[in-house]
Design a protein around this ligand. Structure first.
Ligand SMILES: [Zn+2]
Length: 114
């Protein structure tokens, strides 16, 4: 009899930390949009300056969105936030429902979730 191979849950920590870090970059980029435009407007309220800041912000948004989308789940090996053509930034893997905080000590019970 062969048991199905399941990865050791104690090894999920580095991969889940990477997922959380890339999510922080992505959401941080979204949150910085209004302050960046406000600062740019206070320095130089021209359309050209605002357009430049917006363009730079879009480039950072695309980069951080792609980096956070291609990160893989440590338990199932699929993309954590991507299922087919759908990108959802939920706190669970879209394939195996592994919680993003499953490696934290008080959240160990979440490893048992289906
Ligand atoms: Zn998974």
């Amino acid at each position: 009899m062969t048991e199905p191979q399941t990865p050791d849950p104690s090894t999920f920590g580095p991969a889940l930390r990477l997922i959380r870090k890339r999510r922080r970059y992505f959401f941080g980029t979204i949150l910085i949009y209004v302050p960046a435009l406000w600062i740019a407007h206070s320095i130089s309220p021209t359309d050209r300056a605002m357009g430049t800041v917006f363009g730079v912000w879009v480039v950072f948004l695309v980069i951080t969105a792609l980096l956070s989308a291609v990160v893989t789940c440590p338990r199932c090996g699929n993309y954590f936030h991507v299922n087919g053509m759908v990108i959802l930034y939920l706190r669970k893997c879209l394939h195996c429902q592994l919680n993003i905080d499953a490696d934290k000590p008080d959240k160990k019970k979440r490893l048992q979730a289906p």
